[in-house]
Design a binder for this molecule. Structure first.
Ligand SMILES: Cc1cc2nc3c(=O)[nH]c(=O)nc-3n(C[C@H](O)[C@H](O)[C@H](O)COP(=O)(O)O)c2cc1C
Length: 213
C-alpha cells in the first residue's frame, strides 16, 4: 500500500499549519515512511503527475469559509480518473467545533471519489482545531489520536469508523450551549483576542474594513 498525504492549507508544510501538524501526527503512527506534500507552492500539473504513482492519496485540508481553500479545490477538480486500485481519503479540520461546518465538503469528497472511479477511504472531520498551531501543547491528546488513526489506517487500508464518528462530535452544538457561548463570547474577546491585538499593536484598527470600498 503506497500512500501519500497532501496538505491543502495555503500555509504549506510549516509548523503554523494545523493541517501539517495533524498530517505529521497521522504518519507518525505508520510504520512505513509516508511523504507529506503541500498543494500550495507546488506546480499543480507536476504534483498531479507525481501522485499518480501512489495507490492511496489522502488529502488533509482546513475548512476555510465553510468550504476548503481555493487552490486545493482546483487541485481536486483537476484530478484525473482513478486507475485500478487507486483510492482517495480526506481529512478536514476546522476552527469551529461543529462538524456540520464541513458537511458539504465531506459529501463532495465522497461524490468526487465515486465519479472519478477511485476507491473511497472515508472522510475524517475534526472541529475545534484553530488553536492547534498557536498552542500545540494543548493538543497532545489529539495528535496521539491522529497517530492511532494513522496506525489503524496502515493496517486496514481505510479510516477507523469509531474514530471518524468520535472526531465528528459534536455535529452541532446544543441550543443552551449556543446561548451560553453568545453570552460569554464578549468576555472571551476581551481576555483573548483583545490581548493579542494589543500585544501586536493592532487594537486600534480592530474595526477597520479595508475591502469595503
Ligand atoms: C481565511 C480563513 C477562513 C476560515 N473559515 C473557517 C470556517 O468557515 N469554519 C471553520 O470552522 N473554521 C474556519 N477557519 C479556521 C480554520 O479551519 C482552522 O484554523 C484550521 O485549523 C486552519 O488550518 P491550517 O493552519 O492548516 O490552515 C478559517 C480560517 C481562515 C484563516
Amino acid at each position: 500500500m503506497k500512500t501519500i498525504l497532501l496538505n491543502g492549507s495555503p500555509k504549506g508544510n510549516v509548523q503554523s499549519s494545523g493541517s501539517y501538524i495533524l498530517a505529521k501526527a497521522f504518519v507518525s503512527g505508520m510504520k512505513a515512511p509516508c511523504e507529506i506534500r503541500s498543494i500550495y507552492g507546488e506546480d499543480r500539473q507536476k504534483l498531479l503527475q507525481y501522485i499518480s504513482q501512489f495507490e492511496q492519496v489522502i488529502f488533509i485540508t482546513p475548512n476555510y469559509i465553510h468550504s476548503i481553500p481555493a487552490r486545493t479545490l482546483a487541485f481536486l477538480y483537476d484530478l484525473p480518473k482513478g486507475s485500478e486500485g487507486q483510492s482517495l481519503g480526506f481529512i478536514i479540520q476546522s476552527g469551529y467545533p461543529e462538524s456540520k461546518e464541513s458537511e458539504i465538503s465531506s459529501r463532495f469528497f465522497k461524490r468526487l471519489a465515486d465519479r472519478l472511479q477511485y476507491g473511497y477511504l472515508g472522510t475524517v472531520v475534526k472541529g475545534e482545531c484553530a488553536g492547534l498551531a498557536i498552542m500545540p501543547e494543548r493538543f497532545g491528546k489529539l495528535e496521539k489520536k491522529f497517530a492511532e488513526l494513522g496506525a489503524w489506517y496502515e493496517e486496514h487500508g481505510h479510516f477507523d469508523e469509531t474514530y471518524v464518528r468520535d472526531f465528528a462530535k459534536p455535529y452541532a452544538i446544543s441550543k443552551p450551549m449556543a446561548l451560553l457561548l453568545n453570552m460569554t463570547n464578549p468576555i472571551g474577546n476581551i481576555l483573548g483576542w483583545h490581548k493579542i491585538m494589543k500585544a501586536n499593536d493592532a487594537y486600534h484598527s480592530r474595526r477597520d474594513m479595508p475591502y469595503l470600498d
